[in-house]
Design a binder for this molecule. Structure first.
Ligand code: PLP
Ligand code: COI
Length: 338
């Protein structure tokens, strides 16, 4: 514990003191239980293992200059988990239970919330899995909800430094009417091959095009895409991207800054007209995009020509972080202070 170098954390797993669990049996969720074991004992025919009945969430807690811990928008994560449950027929966890367990998980692992100066945070990973045995393709009738936490640094190792991304036309992440809008494990398994190819090519993430027409910008690796043009914040409208809570927050902050906000189809050619582009998400925060290559179409679109993030991305980044760390007032009621 004494040896954690808080300023040098990557986005990885580190053991903490406790995880919190609740079990759904006989139509009811059990009271939250604190656990020290990092392991689960589940049936080998559990539906999460065979048929991907699994959904997760990702949110963060931050330590402020005042020493207080702030959890960002957990209510939104609770609602999105419920949406994922409806998407793959799992028992829905009540919002209040989700929130209570997030607070408990953070409180019991307080000593792992990185100090303010480090710029790091405590990543909170709620997970809901089907646990009862089922060989036919049917939903489970028993579930486990658990929350683990781990201190993290930036998801993209460059942090706020712009990085290149790539369009790989041979791969889709999710179908237009599939599960892309839910935070379910299958979407991430489906993105692994393309993700590895991108990394091998020196790119930080894949920028997906819509799976049907291959014309419009869709999801951006484990994050949403946004762009800036003529003082307008533009982000894709799509039935296959995850509704990002960070993106929703940035849209609000952009509006507060007097920008116009557009959520609409973004044809690939429009990339050539953007002044700034970025990926946003809990893990990614804002990751400015340096360049987008589309090798199969022989195209490339450059942003941040001086290698630095654009001014609006920078302003949005600082504003968001200031609210999360408590440096600026939380005027939208996004933060839960412990
Ligand atoms: N898109 C995908 C595929 C993600 O995995 C994430 C991460 O949660 C996001 C977008 C960003 O969502 P949020 O801002 O709610 O973390
Ligand atoms: C997040 O941003 O919380 C994510 O879940 C992204 C990734 C680590 C899956």
């Amino acid at each position: 514990m004494d040896t954690i170098n808080w300023s040098d954390l990557s986005f990885g797993y580190m053991k903490t003191d406790y995880n919190v669990r609740s079990y759904f049996r006989d139509g009811k969720w059990s009271e939250p239980q604190l656990e020290t074991s990092e392991f689960l004992n589940i049936h080998m025919a559990a539906t999460c293992l065979h048929y991907g009945q699994e959904a997760f969430e990702g949110l963060k807690a931050f330590k402020g200059k005042d020493g207080k811990i702030r959890i960002f928008r957990m209510h939104e994560n609770a609602l999105r988990l419920q949406s994922s449950c409806r998407g793959i027929l799992m028992a829905e966890l009540p919002v209040e239970r989700f929130e209570e367990m997030v607070v408990l998980a953070v409180e019991k692992n307080k000593r792992f919330v990185p100090p303010y100066e480090s710029g790091a945070s405590l990543y909170i990973r709620p997970l809901l899995i089907g646990t009862s045995a089922q060989v036919g393709v049917k939903p489970a009738h028993e579930y486990l909800f658990l929350i683990l936490v781990t201190p993290v640094g930036p998801y993209f190792k460059e942090g706020f430094k712009p990085t290149p991304m790539v369009i790989l036309r041979q791969y889709d992440r999710a179908a237009p009417l599939g599960t892309g809008i839910y935070k379910v494990g299958g979407n991430y398994a489906a993105s692994l091959v393309a993700g590895e190819k991108a990394h091998e090519g020196g790119y930080s993430a894949v920028l997906y095009l819509d799976a049907k027409e291959k014309k419009y910008i869709d999801e951006c690796g484990p994050a949403n895409f946004f762009a800036i043009k003529n003082r307008t914040y533009i982000t894709p409208e799509s039935t296959s991207i995850l509704p990002s809570i960070t993106n929703k927050s940035l849209m609000q902050l952009a509006e507060d800054m007097g920008l116009k906000v557009e959520r609409r189809h973004i044809p690939e050619e429009e990339l050539a007209t953007f002044e700034e582009a970025g990926a946003c998400g809990t893990a990614a925060v804002i990751s400015p995009i340096l360049r987008i290559d589309d090798p199969d179409a022989g195209k490339s679109y450059a942003f941040c020509k001086d290698g630095k993030a654009g001014p609006i991305s920078e302003q949005l980044y600082h504003k968001l972080r200031a609210i999360q760390y408590g440096d600026e007032p939380d005027t939208h009621g996004w933060v839960t202070i412990l």
